[in-house]
Design a protein around this ligand. Sequence first.
Ligand SMILES: [Zn+2]
Length: 341
Amino acid sequence: MIHPLDQKYSRQMLFKPLGRDGQERLRASSAVLVGCGAIGAAAANLLVRAGIGRLRILDRDFVEASNLQRQSLFNESDAREALPKAIAAERNLRAINSDVQIEGIVADLTPRNAVELLSAFPLILDGTDNFETRFLINDLAVKSSTPWVYAAAVASYGLSFTILPGKTACLACLLDSSGGAGLEETCDTIGVLGPIVNLIASLEVAEAMKILAGRPAALHGRLISCDVWSGRIQSVLPERDPQCQVCVQHQFSYLAGEAQPHITMCGRDSVQIHERSRSLDLKALQERLASTVSDVRQNGFLLRFLIPPYEMTVFSDGRAILKGTKDPAVARSLYAKYIGA
Ligand SMILES: [Zn+2]
């Protein structure tokens, strides 16, 4: 009888540095992916096809038509249904490889829930789109000595670097020395191309596979950056900052939560209202709103309605995303009026 691993993963097992032993270790391994947008979706796809044992996917957002150009795991039906990305990812990945335990969680990673959501996993993968969340991951990873892979892309440019706490530089070592230039640019302001996203996810997952398959000696330790438009590719060995506040001085200010505001920017013309784990009954809310606002829709995971010129999307954990404004005061007042103070 042919062993099931031989059938499914034969091309991966023929690759000598992995072999059967690497495949079996991969199957016994787990990782958590924070953010399932473009890089996250591509990374999840590769990891699940490679035969990781268990993958947890956290994402706070829902699928929209403007995502489909680069977010390779989603389709038009997910966008029409406005499915949360974590849920759509879980469904679509199950159809790709039913051997993998996949757990999609609709949540925003915050100092309050980070330990609970991440600490059971030996590897954290970056699929986020913002530095606040990355610094939070970095704090938790360094504090708990958990490896994590940083990955980011914008326009035609992207980079990836694997952080082994105590051994390599951490994110704070990297960004303090570069001064954080260019961090304000996001996909929502200057766009992003599908090819760079998939390239960066590939670099990220190749490193993840070395860790998960028990091949740490194969990690290249380099920060690789690429621009698919200009063809420029750089590979450097970052040094640790001997004064680093995080990996040397162990000051975990993001994890301590002081930096977390109640309302944050979220894309070009949206704000996110974080609520303190307040559980909402979406069905009851839908009934209550039906008489006062237009176009109330609910799909079991989120509820969305229009208050022209705004569109509000509310999640069952009390979080909301208000589209059509950058003004926290408008968001606060609409949230209080329609959801509750
Ligand atoms: Zn550091």
